[in-house]
Design a protein around this ligand. Structure first.
Ligand code: AMP
Length: 223
C-alpha cells in the first residue's frame, strides 16, 4: 500500500512516520529529509534546493519527483511505502500516479491547530544524520544535543524560524491543501486528531492503518 501522511509542517508526520515504519515495515520516504541530505552533501541538486528551502518555498516538482521516483524503484518499496511531505502540489500528484498508479492508496491527515504546530516547530531539533525529530517539550533526546537513534548531532533547522514558518504555512494553504481534496474525492482520505502525546496520535493512526491494511489483504478494494 502507498500511504501518504498529510498535514501542515509541524503536525508530526516525520515522528509518526518513523514509528509507523518500525511497526509495519513500510519504508518512510520524506522528501524534506532527502533534500536536506542533498544540501548537507553539497550535491548540485542540494545547491539548487537550499535557498528555496531556507525561504520556506517549494522546490520544483521536477526535483522532488525525480527523488521520489528513484527511491520508490528500490526493492524495499515493493510491498508499499509511506510518503511524508509528498505530494505537495497537483503536479506532484500527477507524477506520482504516473510513476506508480494502481497501487492501493490511502491519505491520512494529521489535523492540528495552528498554535500547537507553530510552538512545536519553534522548539524542534532535528538530527543532521538521520533526520529524526525531537522536541524540547514533548520528546527530549536522552543525551542533550545527540540523536537517540544514531548519535548524530541535533540542530535547529534554518526554516524553523517564526518568519519562515509563517511562509511555509502560507504555501501549505495555497498549494498543498488542494492535494487533500483530490484524495477525498477518490474516497481514500482519512483524518486523525494530531493533538496530545506522540503515543496517543500513533494509536489513532494504527487503528486506521490496521483497518485499511486488513481490507486490502482480504482483497477488498478501498471505497
Ligand atoms: P519538510 O521537511 O517536509 O517540512 O520540508 C522542508 C522543505 O523542503 C520545504 O519547505 C520545501 O522547501 C522542501 N520540500 C520538501 N518536500 C517538498 C515537496 N514535496 N515539494 C516541494 N518542496 C518540498
Amino acid at each position: 500500500m502507498r500511504i501518504i501522511l498529510f498535514g501542515p509542517p509541524g503536525s508530526g508526520k516525520g515522528t509518526q512516520g518513523d514509528l509507523l515504519e518500525k511497526k509495519y515495515g513500510f519504508p518512510k520516504i520524506s522528501t524534506g529529509n532527502l533534500l536536506r541530505r542533498a544540501v548537507r552533501d553539497g550535491t548540485p541538486l542540494g545547491r539548487r534546493a537550499a535557498a528555496l528551502m531556507n525561504r520556506g518555498q517549494l522546490v520544483s516538482d521536477e526535483i522532488v519527483d525525480s527523488l521520489v521516483a528513484e527511491r520508490i524503484a528500490q526493492p524495499d518499496c515493493r510491498r508499499g511505502y509511506l510518503l511524508d511531505g509528498y505530494p505537495r502540489t497537483m503536479g506532484q500528484v500527477e507524477s506520482l500516479e504516473a510513476m506508480d498508479g494502481g497501487r492501493p492508496e490511502l491519505l491520512v491527515e494529521i489535523d492540528i491547530d495552528l498554535e500547537t504546530l507553530t510552538a512545536r516547530m519553534e522548539s524542534r531539533l532535528t538530527c543532521r544524520e538521520c533526520g529524526a525529530v525531537y522536541n524540547l517539550e514533548l520528546r527530549r533526546p536522552r543525551e542533550e544535543g545527540r540523536c537517540d537513534v544514531c548519535g548524530g548531532a541535533l540542530y535547529r533547522r534554518p526554516d524553523d524560524t517564526p518568519e519562515v514558518i509563517a511562509r511555509r504555512l502560507r504555501v501549505y494553504r495555497e498549494e498543498t491543501e488542494r492535494v487533500r481534496e483530490h484524495y477525498r474525492a477518490k474516497g481514500v482520505y482519512r483524518r486523525v486528531d494530531g493533538a496530545g502525546p506522540v503515543a496517543a496520535v500513533f494509536s489513532r493512526l494504527t487503528e486506521i492503518l490496521d483497518r485499511e491494511l486488513g481490507k486490502t489483504e482480504a482483497g477488498q478494494a478501498l471505497p
